[in-house]
Design a protein around this ligand. Sequence first.
Ligand code: KG4
Ligand code: ZN
Length: 334
Amino acid sequence: MQKDILCLAIETSCDETSVAIVKNGREVLSNIISTQIDIHKKFGGVVPEIASRNHVENITYVIREAIEKANITLEDVDIIACTYGPGLVGALLVGVSTAKAMAYALNKPLVGVHHIEGHIAANYITNKELEPPYLCLVVSGGHSHLIHVKDYTEFDIIGKTRDDAVGEAFDKVARTVGLGYPGGPKIDKLAKEGKPTYNLPKTHFENLDFSFSGIKTAVINLVNKEKENLNINDLCASFEEAVTDVLIENLSIAAKNIGTDKIAIAGGVSANSYLRERMKKLGEENNLKIYYPELVLCTDNAAMIGAAAYYNYLKGKTSTYDMNAIPNLKIGEQ
Ligand code: KG4
Ligand code: ZN
């Protein structure tokens, strides 16, 4: 029988300092997430310099807590992993430098992970039976991609946003109507109390790309026109419906094109309850199997990085000490 592989994984690409211990890519022994949301909230979004400073202050405590919670010692760890892109360069550098120092000091392999590949891999933790190939919709604060996951470390981008990411659109709309940061969870909650009464534009292209800046602009115009007559709950429901219609339509075309019956969703917006409801319906109507990560694994966390790192490691995709933070790292790039 193959020896168990324990991974210590670090995620610091944005505003969560997270460290996890993951066994064989699928079993989470600990996943500590120290969020900075309260610090950035008063600025209406993440302030990069403040994020990096907080990562520096937090990282050693979060590592210690992850080790203690997993009830292991540092000697038990087999591989050290971290997110090395994409993300905020100063924030990424904290995780990258820490991972390199630990790998060197402990003499363990170092594995750099693409943040989005991590989001996709969150699905392996929640759905033990899920194996590639499948189609994955990645919807986060910085990315909106339709990805054909051909193998654990092999990805084909078959559609992407031409402007705003879905999460970015949620956050901008929330800010416009005064809901604060992060907007996604707040819109999710208010939309449940509203009806989709406002007509918002849905952009389609000849291929499977997305565009969300038109919806965002239409919301801003509507807010200026309706002023105090605006029903915010209805606006949230209308916005969610317009965005989700486009996502679901492209997903169902993509599933037919690549001939798969397995669809996963990943990234912060995959926590959205309306999107999850519509995915479920899509699955039931078209006989597709739908996979989601559990809620805590949808937004940024280190367990998903540990899951992706395990499969990179099995494929021999380890990193050297000259690994650097790459803020605009492309998916599938090494
Ligand atoms: O994946 P993530 O934690 O960070 C990035 O890699 O970007 O995603 C954060 C995004 C934010 O835009 C946030 O508003 C959105 O995910 N989000 C949601 C929900 N929870 C988080 N959007 C819609 N509904 C939610 N329940
Ligand atoms: Zn993320």
